[in-house]
Design a protein around this ligand. Structure first.
Ligand code: FPP
Length: 251
């Protein structure tokens, strides 16, 4: 069904799928790692570790489908409230992921980015992501954007503060404030808004994720826990997206 709908023709150059309404930017709230582990009587961190493997699978598939930007909510500004051991483990995951998969990501022309308050991350996490950003900065394929220590209210608050201080310094006049100016102060500066938001694990809320950028996005929810999320699930979400009519407030 999916193939019939829009994956009719392949680009002979790189085998990406061409036709149809493929979302350019997909954002994912990767939820359910803890419940996945509990179901198996495993510690929560086992769920996060399995979730890391899912990230690898989904990045590969997103690239294959022809998605341009994949933003993944890996750690929120609220996640510091979790037990110390769990936070420490989550902070080690970007390093482990990149140690294992960076050579493949480079081969696949993936560009790694992060958005969030990077300076509050442990030094080893900063080093791992900085290295990946540097080594992939000239890649032109899928943009893999990790939201790490990211919170949308924090992001918007930061933007408002910077705009206010630019006004105070005389560099900006309030009459110049419009949507595109605000966007230029957000952490997604230069990226298009997500076309499709996916949240796993049956929760149906935004949890402080990309509140500005998701204003007109299509939402797709699944009961599946993140470690069980597969290539097929991504294709199903993309397929359903292709069938939706987006009106942006018009008719
Ligand atoms: C939410 O599930 C998940 C997180 C807070 C962490 C997400 C992190 C990963 C999927 C791995 C990231 C990988 C890289 C490469 C950075 P939860 O723990 O809240 O699950 P629960 O609601 O079932 O308890």
């Amino acid at each position: 069904m999916l193939d019939k709908l829009f994956f009719k023709r392949k680009n002979p150059e790189n085998n990406t799928l061409l036709e149809g309404n493929i979302p350019s930017h997909v954002a994912i709230i990767m939820d359910g790692n803890g419940r996945w582990a509990r179901k198996r009587a495993l510690p929560r961190i086992a769920g996060h570790h399995e979730g890391m493997k899912t990230v690898r699978k989904i990045v590969k598939e997103a690239n294959k489908i022809g998605i341009n930007v994949l933003t993944l909510y890996a750690f929120s500004t609220e996640n510091w409230k979790r037990p110390r051991d769990e936070v420490d483990f989550l902070m080690k995951l970007p390093g482990e992921f990149l140690n294992t998969f960076l050579p493949d990501l480079i081969k696949e022309n993936v560009q790694v980015r992060i958005m969030g308050k990077k300076e509050l991350l442990p030094m080893h996490t900063i080093k791992a992501v900085d290295e990946a950003i540097k080594k992939t900065e000239n890649n032109t394929g899928l943009i893999l954007n990790f939201a790490l220590n990211y919170g949308s209210r924090d992001e918007i608050t930061g933007a408002v503060k910077t705009i206010a201080s630019e006004i105070k310094k005389g560099n900006l006049d309030p009459s110049q404030i419009d949507e595109s100016l605000i966007e230029s102060y957000l952490m997604t500066q230069g990226l298009s808004d997500p076309d499709l938001l996916i949240r796993t694990s049956g929760e149906v809320r935004l949890s402080n994720f990309m509140l500005w950028q998701l204003a007109y996005s299509e939402f797709w929810f699944t009961e599946v826990f993140w470690p069980d999320f597969s290539e097929e699930h991504l294709r199903e979400a993309v397929s359903q997206f292709a069938q939706r009519g987006r009106r942006y407030g018009g008719v």
